[in-house]
Design a binder for this molecule. Structure first.
Ligand code: ZN
Length: 291
C-alpha cells in the first residue's frame, strides 16, 4: 500500500509542484492513483498563498474532487499543532461526514505529545522554544471516538517507541481498532522530535509494533529522502507513506518531481523486490474499511 502525502504545510520553494487548492490536490491525487498510490493524504491550504487552513469547505471540496477524479482512499489531516481547540481539530472531519461524497475514509491520529525542537548539526542554538504539539491521552480518546463516529477509520501516526506503547494500550482497551494502518515517522531536516531517518531509526519502531494487534505498518520520513527506508520496509513486508509534503525529492525527475513521480519511484522499488502494489480496493480490504 502506498499513501501519497501530497502537501502537509510544505512551501513551494524549492519544489513548485506541491498542491495547494482543492483542484490541485484532486489532480495530484488522480495522478498518484494512476502511478500506484492507494491512499491520498492532504492538508487544506489557502489556494493562493498556501497558508495552513482549517476551512471545512476547502477540505470537503478537495475530497469531493478527489472522488470525482479517482477511487483513492481519502485521508484528510486533523488539525495538528497549528490548531489547539479540540472542536476545531476535528470539526472539518465531522462536517465532511454529513455527505457521503466528502466523508473521510481515514483520519491520522498522532499518538504523542512532542516538543517540536528544530536543530541541525552546527547550529548554535535549538529553535522551537514555544512549539509544543499537545496530544493528551484524553484528547486522543476523544479524537478517536469522534473519528469513528464520523464514519472514518483512525490511522495511527507514530513518532517514537512511546507512541507504539500507547498504540498497544489503546488497541487492548478498545480505543482503537485491532486492524489499522500505522505510519512510522522518522524525522530529518531539522525536526529532531522523531527517530532519525535511518534504517536503525526506522527498525527501532518496527521492532515495537504491537505484535498482538493487526497493524499494517508503513515507513515514512519527514524532512529527507525516504526511499532507502522505503526499500527496507518493502523488503520486510511493510507499506509506504511518502510525498512532496515531507520532502522535495530533488533526486528524482530532473530535480523537480511531482507527487506521482515520487509514487512511481516507490512502485519501481516494490517491483524490484517482487511485491505488487495494492489498488485502493485491495487496500480497503486489507484495512477492513467499510466492514
Ligand atoms: Zn499530514
Amino acid at each position: 500500500m502506498i499513501d501519497a502525502r501530497l502537501n502537509e504545510y510544505t512551501p513551494r520553494d524549492p519544489n513548485p509542484n506541491v498542491p495547494f487548492s482543492p483542484e490541485e490536490i484532486a489532480r495530484d491525487a488522480a495522478l498518484c492513483r494512476e502511478a500506484g498510490a492507494a491512499i491520498v493524504h492532504y492538508h487544506a491550504r489557502d489556494p493562493e498563498t498556501g497558508a495552513p487552513s482549517s476551512d471545512a469547505a476547502l477540505y470537503a471540496d478537495a475530497a469531493r474532487r478527489i472522488r470525482a477524479a479517482c477511487d483513492a482512499i481519502v485521508m484528510p489531516t486533523l488539525g495538528a499543532n497549528t490548531v489547539t481547540d479540540l472542536d476545531a481539530r476535528i470539526g472539518h472531519i465531522e462536517a465532511m461526514a454529513k455527505d457521503e461524497a466528502t466523508r473521510a475514509d481515514l483520519v491520522p491520529l498522532d499518538l504523542a505529545s512532542l516538543s517540536l525542537a528544530i536543530w541541525q548539526p552546527g547550529q548554535p542554538a535549538v529553535a522551537g522554544d514555544d512549539l509544543v504539539y499537545h496530544n493528551s491521552v484524553g484528547t486522543l480518546k476523544t479524537l478517536a471516538a469522534r473519528t469513528r463516529a464520523a464514519g472514518a477509520a483512525p490511522m495511527a501516526a507514530i513518532w517514537n517507541v512511546g507512541s507504539l506503547r500507547l498504540l498497544e494500550a489503546f488497541v487492548e482497551t478498545g480505543v482503537l481498532p485491532r486492524r489499522m494502518l500505522v505510519e512510522l515517522f522518522t524525522t530529518e531536516g531539522g525536526l529532531i522530535a522523531g527517530h532519525p531517518g535511518t534504517i536503525a531509526g526506522l527498525q527501532a519502531l518496527v521492532d515495537f509494533v504491537p505484535a498482538r494487534a493487526d497493524c499494517l505498518w508503513a515507513a515514512a520520513c519527514y524532512g529527507a529522502n525516504a526511499l532507502p527506508l522505503v526499500e527496507h520496509a518493502i523488503a520486510r513486508g511493510g507499506h509506504v507513506a511518502i510525498g512532496l509534503g515531507d520532502y522535495a525529492y530533488p533526486e528524482l525527475a530532473g530535480g523537480r518531481p511531482t507527487n506521482a513521480d515520487v509514487v512511481a519511484a516507490v512502485v519501481a522499488l516494490a517491483r524490484r523486490h517482487g511485491r505488487e502494489v495494492a489498488t485502493p480496493d485491495e487496500a480497503r480490504a486489507m484495512l477492513g474499511l467499510g466492514d
